[in-house]
Design a protein around this ligand. Sequence first.
Ligand SMILES: Cc1cc2nc3c(=O)[nH]c(=O)nc-3n(C[C@H](O)[C@H](O)[C@H](O)COP(=O)(O)OP(=O)(O)OC[C@H]3O[C@@H](n4cnc5c(N)ncnc54)[C@H](O)[C@@H]3O)c2cc1C
Length: 461
Amino acid sequence: MITVTRPRILVVGAGFAGVGCVRRLERRLSPDEAEITLVTPSSYQLYLPLLPQVASGVLTPQSIAVSLRRSRRYRTRIIPGGAIGVDLAAKVCVVRTITDKIVNEPYDYIVLAPGSITRTFDIPGLTDHAYGMKTLAEATYLRDHVISQLDLADASQDPDERAARLQFVVVGGGYAGTETAACLQMLTHNAVKRYPRIDPSLIKWHLIDIAPRLMPELGEKLGDDAQKILRKRGIDISLGVSIAKAGPEEVTFTDGRVIPTRTLIWTAGVVASPLIGTLGAETVRGRLAVTAEMNLPGHDGVFALGDAAAVPDVAKDEEGAVCPPTAQHAMRQGKVVADNVIAALREKPLRPYKHKDLGLVVDLGGRDAVSKPIGIELKGLPAMAVARGYHWSALRTNVAKTRVMTNWLLNAVAGDDFVRTGFLSRSPAKLKDFELVHAYLTPEQLREQVGGKGPAEETSG
Ligand SMILES: Cc1cc2nc3c(=O)[nH]c(=O)nc-3n(C[C@H](O)[C@H](O)[C@H](O)COP(=O)(O)OP(=O)(O)OC[C@H]3O[C@@H](n4cnc5c(N)ncnc54)[C@H](O)[C@@H]3O)c2cc1C
């Protein structure tokens, strides 16, 4: 008897790119055409652009954790874990499950969409003392931490400690950092009304960036408008400035200023997931170099996209331009990559990814926002309506849409109670605790893992 095995498609990462791809594969491939497997540490797709609203308490964490299993055509096998190495020659992906079991997962086609991690530099004390803003846990921690600073400042009899606890530093003037600073400043601004012992003028937010402009993608005028809005709200913006060193109770800026603070939030850009480094393939500033069809040159069944890949931006005339790491691109690339995997499977030609940027929406907390949809510059309420409308429509399930809308309405009507939930409050929560850069295999470990044991064998548990 001849056993016919279906081709195995392995998708790594359940973010905008990975989920976009899986959903399309489920829709366009019949179950007997291929087996689809997804490797992901979490059981949800995180809607990252709304993370600052979780940190500031406008949305509950659950509302932006979109279920992977709520889909009409859902049939994908999900491996709960993270890929820690890919052996291109053996066509094996090594996975560490959430119980730390190491599993070799063979594939015929692999779609690499593990996204990015926070970019850090060799700044003394940075990873030990800074908070990140890239995961749901980090956003939740940050909210608790900021509220705890108000609680502690309120209780303190020491004026120096009080002042230090009420200073907050955010590094990174891209949209992630700007939104984080703006939304959290709005949180402390609203919360302080419930702390009659705290002088509101002691609360100081610093937003710093080494670049000469905030959110250069917005263009000069809208970028200036955003700065004006934030400065008017009392946020101190310093451009051309970074961090020289970070300690537990103070941060030193590169311009020599020393800020006593217990809160350093680091959002100064992203780099591709360390998984990409395990392939030993060519990269462009850390992102995997792929063709416009999102295929790894020389490896027909290997595709990569989203933040992890340098996908050529063919919509731009510039030579060597690659798509910026945005959700907008990742989501759309997911669909095209699925079509290309199917085309490869059916021996049809692949198509290049081409998408013209639709613009940017930036929520600055409360009623403040700036946005530039299809080149039209907006600020204030119209910008807010566009920003929220865009995010709302981009949420994948109706349940997530309902949760987010209900949260927005509830927050608008009832406000926030500024409650610290305290879950895991005594666990480590700094950058070094979340980035997991040491979880990945070295080339030697990968060779040993894949070569030493046969595919699909488990080696520990
Ligand atoms: C605070 C913040 C605000 C943002 N705001 C905007 C915005 O307004 N507009 C916009 O367009 N973009 C925004 N972005 C950027 C946008 O979120 C990213 O560009 C987008 O998420 C990239 O999609 P992705 O699928 O490549 O990666 P992600 O969405 O990050 O997904 C990667 C997935 O892979 C998983 N993963 C990671 N490593 C592994 C591994 N080794 N094995 C298996 N799975 C793994 C992760 O858990 C995650 O589920 C924002 C980002 C942040 C952090």
